[in-house]
Design a protein around this ligand. Structure first.
Ligand SMILES: [Zn+2]
Length: 58
């Protein structure tokens, strides 16, 4: 159970970004975000931040 929960959490929080402007969630890979290919569907801005608070990978 615990393991399954962890996996689900990883799936939910990795590759999810939040628009800094309108706070909408966008699912994308970090690579696409860094390349500037991902933009908010709602407001069209590219100001995104990872949903995860930890930024150890970056
Ligand atoms: Zn937005």
């Amino acid at each position: 159970m615990a393991k399954k929960f962890k996996e689900a959490q990883a799936r939910l929080f990795t590759n999810i970004y939040v628009c800094r402007k309108c706070k909408h969630k966008i699912r994308s890979t970090s690579m696409r975000v860094l390349e500037g290919k991902t933009k908010c569907r709602h407001c069209g801005r590219r100001y995104l931040r990872p949903k995860k608070k930890e930024r150890k990978i970056l």
